[in-house]
Design a protein around this ligand. Structure first.
Ligand SMILES: C[S@@+](CC[C@H](N)C(=O)[O-])C[C@H]1O[C@@H](n2cnc3c(N)ncnc32)[C@H](O)[C@@H]1O
Ligand code: SF4
Ligand code: SF4
Length: 483
């Protein structure tokens, strides 16, 4: 590591800009020799002990054991009360001192600091900026995400928008999505245009997949394409004719997901209007009896928080399968949102059940973490709506955002390599677009109010009629039925 660079270069400038206490220490450092640093520090009055220790650690970078000094500083930053500013500065300092020989260690530690600053105070703008700069500049997020898109992305396909329920929080209910099926022809063309290998194909969007009679044939086509080994979809589990599920498995379905927010008829009616809990239990029992792979998804909201323990206990009686809990996302019905206390409680109920459960295997997907910065499906998955159009993610089924890019008509590789996609991803890395407002899937958008449906996201200015992206077709803005 170049200590001089670290002491007097970017570090000083960044420290000066970010922290007036640090500025005083750094002036003292500049005024004397490094041996006088301790004395300079001791002349500073009124600094909290964590901050002081942090500054001492910073000075010892120049003389002592670098890694232990840094580790010590991280520990001090996390003191009581924790100091997001100190974390932030330390992260910046590490970045400033970063060089290739220490790249992995220093960047890991810088990342830890930025994450820690964010965790201490997610609303603090500097922490958000640091996360963004770090991902964008140090981790080359745009390039990595474009590469991830090429290397076995997940594909989410919407076989239908027909549904027999009116779940409160679902975009389909909120936006009153028109009902239509994807045609087998569009489905086949989309599959043909996917990369040669994809990690898995998820065959649901806004709607109940089993209502499309051609679902088993679609699964067979996807399986025979050899593009993936994993095909799944999520269902309400209320299809009375169980042979539909069996035919899907016979055609190559790997596992079935079933949405169970509650097995109490009254609560289920509040969460997922039109539910038939008896039928849901019957489906679960049959799945278990026939040894078919099942995963239950429970969306936890203010509507079912009080009931979740009872429903999890009931599920545990019904058989051996996975249960994934996830937080309700605000797509326009904010009454379902949980506050911090509610999130903690939901998490706790899950942990307690995990310890108690005899059969079910529980996982809790808590999105509220800085590590989600690049996890967002918008920039690594391929989401395709019922008409075969590319949409940003499985929460925002809005084909207009990508300018009506048809995956039925264009090869995905052509799209991925286009200037359009590079700009879209770069812009995404730089700033979460407005259509993400309120979505918990990415840590950045938790700062925002509003929900994706109320987005004010405008098709970017670089996306205009003179765009060189020759394959982008402009269609009528309305959804066109495909069969
Ligand atoms: C849109 S549904 C489509 C598949 C099928 N109709 C079903 O309900 O399983 C896919 C998943 O989204 C979940 N979902 C709907 N609204 C949600 C919300 N506001 N927050 C989080 N998940 C939600 C559903 O519970 C379901 O597990
Ligand atoms: S969550 Fe599924 S079942 Fe409920 S309205 Fe949406 S698509 Fe239909
Ligand atoms: S953060 Fe945005 S792109 Fe990502 S899942 Fe949410 S709405 Fe979609």
């Amino acid at each position: 590591m170049d200590l001089n660079q670290m002491k007097y270069g970017g570090l000083l400038l960044r420290m000066q800009a970010a922290d007036s206490d640090a500025e005083r220490v750094l002036q003292a450092i500049r005024a004397g020799s490094l041996d006088d640093v301790g004395q300079a520090l001791s002349t500073l009055e009124g600094l909290g002990s964590a901050r002081m220790a942090y500054l001492r650690g910073l000075s010892s970078l120049a003389t002592g054991d670098i890694m232990s000094a840094l580790n010590g500083m991280i520990t001090y930053c996390a003191g009581d009360p924790p100091d997001p500013q100190a974390f932030h500065n330390l992260g910046l300092a590490l970045e400033a001192g970063y060089d290739q020989s220490q790249a992995k260690n220093l960047l890991d530690m810088a990342f830890t600091c930025h994450n820690a600053a964010w965790k201490k105070d997610p609303a603090w703008p500097l922490a958000n900026d640091a996360l963004r700069d770090f991902h964008r500049d140090r981790l080359n997020a745009t390039d990595r995400l474009l590469k991830k898109m090429a290397e076995q992305p997940r594909v989410v396909l919407e076989p239908t928008t027909y549904c027999h329920l009116k779940c409160q929080g679902c975009t389909r209910t909120i936006e009153d999505t028109p009902s239509m099926h994807m045609s087998l022809d569009v489905f086949r063309r989309v599959i043909d245009h996917l990369p040669a290998r994809v990690s898995d194909i998820v065959m649901h969007g806004l709607g109940e997949p089993t209502l499309n009679k051609q679902l088993p044939e679609m699964i067979r086509y996807a399986r025979d394409s050899g593009k993936t080994d994993v095909i799944s979809f999520s269902t309400t589990g209320m299809t009375k004719d169980f042979s539909v599920y069996e035919r899907c498995f016979d055609s190559g379905l790997s596992y079935l997901r079933m949405s169970v927010d509650s097995l109490d008829p009254d609560i289920a009616e509040i969460c997922r209007k039109g539910s038939n809990v008896e039928q849901m239990e019957t489906t679960i029992r049959k799945m278990v009896a026939r040894g078919l792979s099942l995963e239950i998804v429970m969306v936890v909201s203010s509507f079912n928080l009080d009931d979740m323990e009872k429903t999890l206990a009931r599920l545990d009686e019904l058989g051996k399968f996975k249960v994934r809990g996830m937080l309700y996302l605000d797509k326009g019905v904010s009454a379902g949102n949980l506050d911090e206390a509610g999130i903690q409680r939901a998490n706790q109920v899950f942990q307690d059940m995990k310890a108690k459960a005899r059969q079910i295997d529980l996982t809790w997907l808590n999105h509220h973490s800085p590590s989600t910065y690049e996890l967002c499906s918008s920039v690594s998955d391929i989401t395709v709506d019922v008409g075969g159009y590319l949409t940003p993610c499985c929460h925002v089924y809005d084909r207009s955002i990508h300018g009506y890019l048809s995956l039925a008509d264009h090869d995905f590789e052509e799209i991925r390599e286009s200037d359009y996609m590079k700009k879209f991803v770069a812009q995404y890395v730089d700033q979460a677009p407005d259509f993400c407002g309120g979505c918990l899937a990415n840590c950045r958008s938790t700062q925002r109010n509003g929900y994706p449906g109320q987005r004010s996201f405008k098709v970017p200015v670089w996306f205009n009629a003179s765009s060189p992206v020759h394959f982008v077709e402009r269609h009528n803005a309305s959804r066109d039925a495909t069969d």
